[in-house]
Design a protein around this ligand. Structure first.
Ligand code: ASP
Ligand code: MG
Length: 408
């Protein structure tokens, strides 16, 4: 007997039939003797629909009113869930964020959870009822409704699980788990049975869109085990857990990629203290986030600086950098927005060498030129020409034999 939080995403509650299926599933788990807390998203497409309505009213919708509007999507699904459950003879009680309350800061449309009062949920569970919580929403200290940012229901689920000291938080979605790479690109991609929080964070931020990043950070901080699985099948999904000794030897768990990249090079910059600050300060002041940075020495007192930014920020960053370049006496600014980043992720890289060399060999053997490299403890990323993205992903997946399981 355990306390389980189950979260269902928009496609799992897209219509009444699907909601009834979700209810059956929850009841089945409850009948095994578990206490059940359910967190729901809005029906698929509903949040987007609400956003488009808002935009018909105001070019930049007022953030407080936006949250009043967006939070309605989840209000619909939790109520329908509870009705369906009662029709099936099981008592379920719905809760909006402010009824619990789930307290957040006042950053409307991207609020952060500060505190959850678990008492009402516990009381419902004690009565043998199912507690059903609206995802994605909370309330400020002064009673204003907030939302947590797109995909925020995952975070609600993990936060509720932590507040209740649940045994497990299950995230039901439209894929059956976390894959070794994107199955749309690589037919031999394999569902991972287990992955560490750290690897999941690297995979998520690199483009594997299964879980909202913030929810993984939250789960990691409180060591809440996550189970990512499909709401359309009964097969087990992927467990996202604390790293343990058995994971130490995993050199590569997955291959990820991002096409959302652009590269800018400033060449022949006078090499003196303050140059990097002069270049990057205006970029960050403009709210743009630089990812990789490489500085190369040249003969004489000159240096080249190359860095990447999200592709959406490319034009604006180029403008900024051109202005700065003339001020600091750089010779040239060049850019390229048809690049991509491919990465390999694995906790075992921490203690083993040779993984990077192997990655470069694999790319080279397919004629793929590496334009930039960056590494972290458990990740190696290479920037390549965008047209090679799919080839690179497949080559790395094959090269590390990830179709047979994580590379050791
Ligand atoms: N309904 C919200 C969204 O579409 C929250 C969520 O589904 O996680 O972003
Ligand atoms: Mg989601």
């Amino acid at each position: 007997m355990a306390l389980i939080v189950q979260k269902f995403g928009g496609t799992s509650v897209a219509d009444c039939e699907r909601i009834k299926n979700v209810v059956r599933r929850v009841i089945a788990t409850k009948k095994k003797g578990n206490d059940m807390v359910v967190v729901l998203s809005a029906m698929a497409g509903q949040t987007n629909h609400l956003i488009s309505l808002a935009q018909e009213m105001q070019e930049f919708p007022h953030p407080r009113e936006m949250d009043v509007l967006l939070s309605t999507g989840e209000q619909v699904t939790i109520a329908l869930f509870c009705m369906a459950a009662r029709e099936m003879g099981v008592e379920a009680v719905s809760f909006l964020g402010h009824q619990i309350p789930i307290r957040t800061d006042d950053a409307h449309t991207r609020a952060r959870i500060e505190d959850i009062d678990a008492e009402k949920l516990k009381a419902v569970l004690k009565e043998g009822q199912i507690a059903v919580v609206a995802g994605f929403q909370g309330v400020t200290g002064t009673g204003d409704i907030t939302t947590l940012g797109r995909g925020g229901s995952d975070t609600t689920a993990v936060a509720v699980a932590v507040a209740l000291d649940a045994n497990l938080c299950e995230i039901f979605t439209d894929v059956d788990g976390v894959y070794s790479t994107d199955p749309n690109i690589c037919a031999t991609a394999r569902k991972l049975d287990r992955i560490s929080y750290e690897e999941m964070l690297e995979m998520a931020s690199l483009g594997a869109k299964v879980l909202e990043i913030r929810s993984v950070e939250f789960a990691m901080r409180y060591a809440m085990p996550l189970h990512v699985r499909s709401s359309f099948t009964d097969t087990p999904g992927t467990m996202v857990v604390k790293e343990d000794a058995t994971m130490e030897n995993i050199l590569v768990s997955g291959v990820t990629y991002s096409r959302d990249e652009a590269r800018i090079t400033i060449s022949k910059v006078p090499d003196r203290p303050g140059i990097a600050a002069a270049i990057f300060r205006p970029i960050s002041d403009a709210g743009m986030v630089v990812d990789m940075i490489i500085q190369n020495a040249r003969a004489g007192d000159l240096t080249d600086m190359t860095f990447t930014v999200p592709r959406a920020d490319y034009r604006q960053t180029m403008e900024l950098v051109k202005r700065v370049a003339s001020k600091i006496g750089a010779e040239n600014v060049a850019g390229d927005d048809s690049i991509a980043k491919v990465s390999i992720v694995g906790v075992g890289m921490r203690n083993h060498s040779g993984v990077a060399g192997r990655m470069f060999e694999i790319l080279a053997s397919h004629g793929i030129n590496v334009l930039m490299i960056s590494t972290s403890e458990i990740k190696i990323s290479c920037v390549i020409e965008e047209k090679f993205t799919e080839l690179a992903v497949r080559a790395l997946h094959d090269g590390f034999e990830l179709d047979k399981g994580p590379a050791t």
